[in-house]
Design a protein around this ligand. Structure first.
Ligand code: HDD
Length: 708
């Protein structure tokens, strides 16, 4: 007799869905009722609403006979499954997102008539998606890459999408080159590798022939491209946009998101190890922080300037490969974003969210940046391909939260049922039919644009080196050293010598120390490469210290994830003191023990573990503490996972707190000592450890044995 299983109990999620209308289980207009077995339990149905009697077995002709074509329930289930995947995004395929709100902090009506910026404390719902660029949807979270930072504001005047990155400039100046750039960085077309990595010939070949990319390359080779957490990245709108006020006056604007936690990065070796230890590291971190109520926050800042200021700058504000140093035009904070709710469903929300830089609301306008102008076309086009219909705006995650009405009709997957005879305008048959409003509607600025038609690159876009130099020279020495290492690593993966040399020829124009450092890594003797010939000779612009991410450090432990590695028999009082101090400083503390069941402390109590040593290497944490007892630590003194835990913490420049047993392990691991390696003897030493851990990476350790 074939087996039958009873319907399993409903999950929490199903209960939630069953609780009310609009749940997404096949609703049309005006809510629905589910077929229910009892309180809180929905019955399993087909997509046509037919209750399933058996979800375990297909329909067989006889006990061991063939499966019947008649089985419409099997066919419906399998067909739906076969169609589950939609085309992944050509870039930014790997992403993680969250809901939240934007809170206006300043009346911006002098600058813009956008209502969501008109009143302090006014809140607007947002959905924000972070992404890597080059890898596929299933790729790891920590490659060296730019991070996408896209925010959909559901304003009361329509949706406004701010589709930016965590780097304020871009590789190219004209959208015409975007497909070439993306082809070059993605896996090479014949061999389909490397995945999610720019360290290969085609990318650097393209870069070496496109000097306009060099400023962005400086950023991409900086620590910004290997962030510790998505909660610790800044965001930038990149292009110059326009703000328009109620009187029709306009000013230029650049958008900046600033992470309240400051910008924090991993080291390269750490990023590589995290990729193996937890490929979903950033996604998990974002999700878990929000679940714990530790909501990530960003401030939104505007750089507002007029045409006269733009004319005075030594570069063109329409060129997306240039920043405007905040020392020249200050950033004014206008609001803050708090992400406080995880998506209910990854596909329905994170995957189907459709951002378009063309989604503007009254109070904003575009500039003539040629990269932006190309984007205005590309995103709508890609959403049509990805989501398959011009009705993608009806998906719950994309639909405006303010009323929307128009006379656009039909098309695939039309979810609305418009009533009446009138689907045209002008019309007289239905007085309630929607009408335009010159007062409230979006008006493009009436700017006069003239000139001969031509395919051209403006002369004012010709300086490709000055801002690359400005960036390198604005970094602190450790940051400069990391850039040299990153370039050495990436170019070391390039097989074609001519490509490596062409890149170095550009670096020689940016900064001599930079070029010499990279040449040394590549084994190129000094003087062996002739500098490139620039279209326009680089200038020495004054450095902008604000560009250094070190400047953004908060010094606080809030929001950081620390590991307490505890061996058997550790002193219960010390464990309690350290754990409480870290938690009081608002760090998240994970107890790591030999076994996931926990560890028995000196007083016989069992301390539950959050992770087992084997699956919790120190690369996953911002700083570490090791506590134990003489007997308890003994097995770890020859245990690779325990020794690597400390060796890596040392190599990755982390603050390390150690009791006596921890110091024994440190000695066995052969790590050195410095101000960020703290012997935990009393409360004062715990306070010293907290301070060291709050500083993030201890760069002074770099160059010591056992570090890179
Ligand atoms: Fe783009 C996605 C950011 C230039 C074409 N882009 C995409 C996403 C972000 C950016 C964050 C992911 C959105 C999401 O989470 O769904 N892109 C940028 C920035 C750029 C930029 C900051 C330069 C300043 N992009 C750019 C150009 C083009 C595109 C010049 C084409 C001419 N971008 C796309 C796209 C994508 C995209 C192919 C892929 C998936 C999508 O749009 O929705 O249309």
């Amino acid at each position: 007799m074939a087996s039958r299983k009873s319907v399993p109990p409903a999950t929490n999620r199903q209960r939630k869905l069953a609780a009310g209308p609009g749940s997404g289980l096949g609703t049309g207009q005006g809510g629905e009722t589910h077929q229910v077995a009892g309180p809180g339990q929905a019955l399993l149905t087909s997509n046509q609403g037919v209750v399933l009697a058996d979800n375990q077995n297909s329909l067989h002709g006889g006990d061991r006979g063939p499966t019947l074509l008649e089985d419409f329930l099997l066919r419906e289930k399998i067909t739906h499954f076969d169609h589950e995947r939609i085309p992944e995004r050509i870039v930014h395929a790997r992403g993680s997102a969250a809901h939240g709100y934007f809170e206006c902090l300043r009346d911006c009506s002098d600058w813009t008539k956008a209502s969501f910026l008109s009143k302090p404390r006014k809140r607007t719902p947002v959905f924000t998606r972070f992404s890597t660029v080059a890898g596929g949807a299933g790729s790891v979270d920590t490659p060296r890459d730019v991070r996408g930072f896209a925010v959909k504001f559901y304003t009361d005047e329509g949706n406004f999408d701010l589709v930016g990155n965590n780097i304020p400039v871009f590789f190219i100046q004209d959208a015409m080159k975007f497909p070439d750039l993306v082809h070059s960085v993605k896996m090479e077309p014949d061999r389909a590798f490397p995945q999610a990595a720019s360290a290969h010939d085609t990318f650097w070949d393209f870069i070496s022939l496109m000097p306009e990319s060099l400023h962005m390359i400086m950023w991409a080779m900086s620590d910004r491209a290997i962030p510790r957490s998505l909660r610790m990245i800044d965001g930038f709108g990149v292009h110059t946009f326009r703000l328009v006020n109620a009187a029709g006056q306009w000013r230029f604007v650049k958008f900046h998101w600033r992470a309240a936690l400051g910008v924090e990065s991993t080291t390269w070796d750490e990023a590589v190890k995290i990729a193996g230890a937890d490929p979903d590291y950033h996604r998990r971190d974002l999700w878990e922080s929000i679940e714990r109520g530790d909501f990530p926050v960003w401030e939104l800042g505007f750089q507002v300037f007029d045409q006269a200021t733009a004319d005075r700058l030594p570069f063109d504000v329409l060129d997306p490969t240039k920043v405007i140093p905040e020392e020249l035009v200050p950033i004014e904070i206008v609001g803050r974003m708090v992400l406080d709710r995880n998506p209910d469903n990854f596909f329905a929300e994170t995957e189907q969210v459709a951002f378009c830089p063309s989604h503007l609301v009254p109070g904003f306008d575009f500039s003539n940046d040629p990269l932006l102008q190309g984007r205005l076309f590309s995103y709508l086009d890609t959403q049509l391909k990805r989501l398959g219909t011009p009705n993608f705006h009806q998906l719950p995650i994309n639909a405006p939260k303010c009323p929307f009405h128009n006379l656009q009709r039909d098309a695939q997957m039309q979810m609305m049922v418009p009533k009446g005879r009138v689907n045209y305008e002008p019309s007289s048959l239905d007085p309630s039919s929607p009408r335009e409003s010159p007062q409230r509607g979006f008006n493009s600025l009436a700017l006069s644009e003239t000139g001969p038609k031509a395919r051209l690159r403006p002369e004012s876009f010709a300086d490709h080196y000055s801002q690359a130099r400005l960036f390198f020279r604005s970094m602190t020495p450790p940051e400069q050293y990391h850039m040299i290492s990153a370039l050495g690593f990436e170019l070391g993966k390039v097989e074609t010598p001519a490509v490596r040399e062409r890149v170095v020829a550009h670096l020689l124009l940016i900064d001599d120390a930079l070029a010499r450092g990279v040449m040394d890594k590549l084994g190129l003797p000094p003087g062996s490469i002739t500098p490139a010939t620039p279209a326009r000779p680089p200038q020495n612009l004054p450095p902008s210290p604000a560009l250094s991410q070190v400047a953004s450090r908060s010094g606080s432990l809030k929001g950081r994830h620390l590991a307490l590695l505890v061996a058997e028999g550790a002193d219960a009082q010390t464990v309690e003191t350290v754990k409480t101090a870290l938690e009081k400083a608002r760090a998240r503390v994970s107890v790591i023990a030999d076994k996931i069941s926990g560890v028995t402390l000196s007083d016989g109590t069992l301390l539950p573990a959050d992770g087992a040593l084997a699956g919790s290497p120190s690369c996953l944490f911002g700083a570490v503490v090791v506590l134990g007892s003489e007997d308890g630590i003994a097995p770890w003194l020859t245990h690779p996972a325990a020794l690597d835990f400390l060796r890596d913490a040392w190599r990755h420049l982390k603050a390390i707190g150690l009791d006596d047993a921890g110091q024994q392990l440190a000695q066995a691991a052969g790590i050195g000592s410095d101000d960020a390696v703290v012997a935990l003897a009393d409360r004062r030493s715990v306070a010293r450890y907290l301070k060291a851990a709050g500083q993030g990476k201890f760069f002074a350790r770099e160059g010591q044995p056992g570090t890179d």
